[in-house]
Design a protein around this ligand. Structure first.
Ligand SMILES: [Zn+2]
Length: 64
């Protein structure tokens, strides 16, 4: 058996730097789309391509 590595993805808050997977069942995801889905499931918000945790959501007062 060989040992291999692959890129993994998670979402980091553009407000405070928190990690979307903190406290979750997984620390990273195998693809970016799943990482974003997981973040949205944890009440994360995406504003103009940036991501904010539920503590920093809507920093610009926009409804995503
Ligand atoms: Zn935050």
């Amino acid at each position: 058996m060989s040992i291999k590595s692959a890129p993994y993805y998670w979402v980091e808050c553009d407000g405070c730097g928190a990690t979307s997977t903190d406290g979750g069942d997984f620390s990273a995801w195998a693809d970016a789309a799943t990482a974003e889905e997981d973040a949205h499931g944890s009440d994360w918000t995406e504003v103009n391509g940036k991501h904010y945790c539920d503590g920093c959501d809507d920093p610009e007062g926009e409804d995503a």
